[in-house]
Design a protein around this ligand. Structure first.
Ligand code: UDP
Length: 241
C-alpha cells in the first residue's frame, strides 16, 4: 500500500496561524482550545506525539527585519523564536486543562518554565505518553520552524512529519488565486524541491529526504483530520520517495 498504517511516533508541525485565525497577531484562546482538543485525541489513541510550534502569528524574523534597518535580522529571528515559546506555553496549558500530560522543551534555555531540549529526555517523555511541545525552533537564527520540525523528526526517530495547514494539501498553484490549481495526492521529495512547491523550506525537505521520513501536508481545520493523518489514512498530500 501507498501509506503505512498507524504511526507510532509522529512529529506534528503547527504554524503560528493555528494559534490565531484570520491572520491576526497574538494568541486566540478559542483557536488554541480547538487545537488542543484535536491533539488530545491523538495522545489518548496511544500515538507518541511531539509538536513543533511556529510563531508566525507573533513575528516572522525575515519579514520583520526587512521593515527596519534598526533591528538586525538575527535579532528579529530571536524575537521570532520567542514567539514560538508564547504559543508553546498557551498550548501546554490548553492541553493540561483537558487532562493531557505535556512537557514544554525549548531549544534555548528558558529555565523558569520549560525544560531544555535534550534528545533522550524528549524520547523518554514520548514513551511515557506525554505530548512534547518543542519551542524556539532549532535555536538558531535564519531558519524556520519547518526546519526545526524536520530536524527534530530525524533526531527522535519520528515515523512521519505531519505539516498542519489551512489548505487541503499541496497544489500546483495557489488555489485561492487560480481556480485550475490541482491538489497533488503524492509527490516525491525531488519534485517538491525542483518545482519549488510550497511544502516546507528546502532545508526541511532535504533533511526528510536524506533520512527517509515522509511528510504529509493536510488541512487540520477539517474535523478529525489530524486523527486521520496520524492513523495513516489518506489525507492531504504525501511527500516521499
Ligand atoms: N525562527 C528562527 N529559528 C528557528 C525557528 C524559527 O530564527 O529555528 C524564527 C524565524 O524568524 C521565524 C520565526 O522564528 O520566522 C517564527 O517561526 P516560523 O516563521 O517558522 O513560524 P510559522 O511560519 O510556522 O508560523
Amino acid at each position: 500500500s501507498d501509506q503505512p498504517q498507524g504511526y507510532r511516533r509522529v512529529l506534528l508541525k503547527i504554524s503560528g496561524e493555528g494559534f490565531s485565525s484570520g491572520g491576526a497577531t497574538g494568541v486566540n484562546v478559542a483557536d488554541v482550545a480547538k487545537l488542543a482538543g484535536q491533539l488530545a485525541e491523538i495522545a489518548t489513541s496511544g500515538t507518541q506525539l511531539a509538536v513543533v510550534v511556529g510563531g508566525g502569528n507573533i513575528i516572522r524574523g525575515a519579514r520583520f527585519s526587512a521593515g527596519t534597518e534598526m533591528i538586525q535580522e538575527a535579532t528579529a529571528h530571536y524575537m521570532g523564536m520567542l514567539g514560538t515559546v508564547i504559543n508553546g506555553l498557551a498550548l501546554q496549558d490548553a492541553l493540561e486543562n483537558i487532562g493531557c500530560e505535556t512537557r514544554l522543551m525549548t531549544a534555548i534555555r528558558m529555565d523558569g518554565f520549560a525544560e531544555p531540549f535534550i534528545r533522550r529526555r524528549c524520547t523518554r517523555h514520548l514513551e511515557h505518553g506525554r505530548v512534547v511541545i518543542l519551542a524556539c525552533g532549532t535555536g538558531n537564527p535564519f531558519v524556520t520552524t519547518d526546519t526545526a520540525a524536520a530536524l527534530r523528526a530525524c533526531e527522535i526517530g519520528a515515523d512521519i512529519v505531519l505539516k498542519a495547514t489551512r489548505v487541503d494539501g499541496v497544489y500546483s498553484d495557489d488555489p485561492e488565486k487560480n481556480p485550475h490549481a490541482v491538489l497533488y495526492e503524492r509527490l516525491s521529495y525531488k519534485e517538491v524541491i525542483s518545482d519549488k512547491l510550497a511544502v516546507m523550506d528546502v532545508t526541511a525537505i532535504g533533511l526528510c529526504m536524506e533520512n527517509n521520513i515522509p511528510i504529509v501536508v493536510f488541512n487540520y481545520l477539517k474535523e478529525g483530520n489530524i486523527a486521520r493523518a496520524v492513523a495513516g489514512e489518506r489525507v492531504g498530500t504525501l511527500v516521499g520517495d
